[in-house]
Design a protein around this ligand. Structure first.
Ligand code: SR1
Ligand code: MG
Length: 421
């Protein structure tokens, strides 16, 4: 994919989109009625792209278009249009491995216009909004645990033949511009007084100085930056936070994988766990009583434990039954060393992954409090003193996860520790 802006590219608006779609929509995608009558509304509230809801008399779809710059940064932050193609391709791969129960359907991709269309999810709501509202979802941990197990397993050297896996690595190495955003915003800028950082000031000014002089934490953070840049373990979603998940009472869909690339599995899992912990520490800003706060925090800790447990069980089962990869080869483990040796190898694998997950969770927490891209869980707490108190506890937790990840033996011990912050 070339980085140049194609000659026919034009940023679409609510006024122009119907005319464009009338010529481009595949014939089987019949929205119903005349294009002039379609309702088009721009609904994007993310940092990167334009998102339109397009409704005809028969069907509603979502149309996403990449701009030649980052939406949240404006024209001064250029970004190539190829991200629309990467997002479309990741959605296709994810659907292949995790199914349309967990991933929305995509309809078409137009490289020239950096546009793709996908299923309109209704009555789904962004998980982060629902967490802020204190809602609970009985299937969430099962669904997210299953999604990460399937997508990570099937695109790894355990689940996928080496040749295919290397082809995926080559394909997504071209998504380097979005990787660079992550490298800068998560792994670099929070650890020095970077211009784009944005924390609750002046309340947390002294806390920031402590972070920037915390050699012990920064050395680990930089080691994990290197791991992020070099460990092509599996096809990651690349931005698996609670703003990239849509939910109803019983359904879960994972959206927005434009940051997808072949990277360390612990990054996706840590991102999600880190966002549950951000929600945990934000609760005093949202709950009316200490009891309500404690009760919801308890649910969030259960979510962390259950998501990890579902992930491990599902990934292990796939490893035992569906391995097509060449790491831990079947010739050795099935025929010679046997079941116990495979279990031992798996236990070592999950222990390393768990430690790396906790460090990545801590990195995600730090960057959402210190860096450019904050989260609504904290940002929307109006009382800045209360917000800063919540954030300070979260920073203490993040430091512990980064510096002492190996001391936590289980997700429940992480939960216990969070309760003492
Ligand atoms: C500049 S983009 C900022 C953040 O928004 C996305 O959702 C990713 O999380 C990225 O780091
Ligand atoms: Mg996003």
């Amino acid at each position: 994919m070339s980085n140049a802006i194609p000659a026919g590219y034009k940023p679409q608006t609510s006024e122009t989109l119907s005319g464009y779609l009338a010529k481009k929509l595949p014939p089987e995608l019949n929205l119903g009625g005349m294009p002039e009558q379609w309702q088009v509304t721009e609904v994007g509230d993310g940092n990167l792209n334009m998102v339109f809801v397009v409704s005809g008399s028969a069907k509603t779809i979502i149309v996403k278009q990449a701009l030649p710059w980052l939406r949240a940064g404006g024209e001064g932050w250029p970004l190539s249009l190829t991200r629309a193609g990467f997002e479309y391709n990741v959605l296709c791969h994810e659907a292949q491995f995790a199914g349309h129960n967990l991933v929305p359907e995509v309809y078409f991709y137009d490289q020239e216009m950096a546009v793709f269309a996908m299923e309109y999810l209704t009555p789904h709501v962004i998980l982060r909004k629902e967490l802020i509202a204190g809602k609970k979802f009985p299937n969430l941990a099962r669904d997210v645990g299953t999604f990460i197990a399937r997508t990570l397993f099937h695109t790894s050297d355990i689940g996928m033949p080496a040749e295919e896996k290397k082809a995926l690595t080559a394909e997504f190495s071209l998504n380097h511009e979005l990787c660079k955003i992550t490298e800068d915003l998560i792994f670099t800028e929070p650890y020095y007084p970077a211009e784009r950082n944005d924390w609750t000031s002046p309340q947390l000014d002294a806390d920031m100085e402590k972070v920037w002089h915390d050699k012990e934490m920064i050395q680990v953070a930089m080691r994990y930056k290197f791991k992020f840049m070099t460990e092509a373990q599996a096809l990651l979603h690349g931005d698996l936070h609670s703003g990239s998940i849509m939910v109803t009472e019983s359904d879960t869909k994972v959206i927005d994988p434009e940051f997808g690339f072949m990277g360390p599995m612990a990054f996706d899992i840590g991102n999600y766990i880190g966002n549950l912990l951000l929600s945990f520490f934000s609760r005093p800003g949202w709950d009316a009583t200490a009891e309500a706060c404690e009760e919801y925090q308890h649910w969030l800790i259960d979510q962390m434990e259950e998501t990890w447990a579902v992930f491990v069980t599902h990934f292990r089962q796939l490893w035992n039954e569906k391995t097509q990869g060449e790491a831990w080869p079947s010739e050795i483990y099935q025929h010679y060393l046997g079941h116990d040796a495979r279990e031992e190898a798996q236990s070592q694998f999950f222990a390393t992954l768990f430690e790396d997950t906790l460090v990545n969770a801590g990195m995600e927490m730090n960057r959402r409090i210190i860096g450019f891209a904050g989260v609504a869980d904290f940002k929307l707490i109006n009382d800045a003193d209360l917000r800063a108190q919540c954030e300070r506890r979260a920073l203490a937790m993040a430091r512990e996860l980064i510096v002492n990840a190996r001391l936590f033996g289980s997700m429940s011990s992480v939960g216990q520790f969070a309760k003492t912050r």
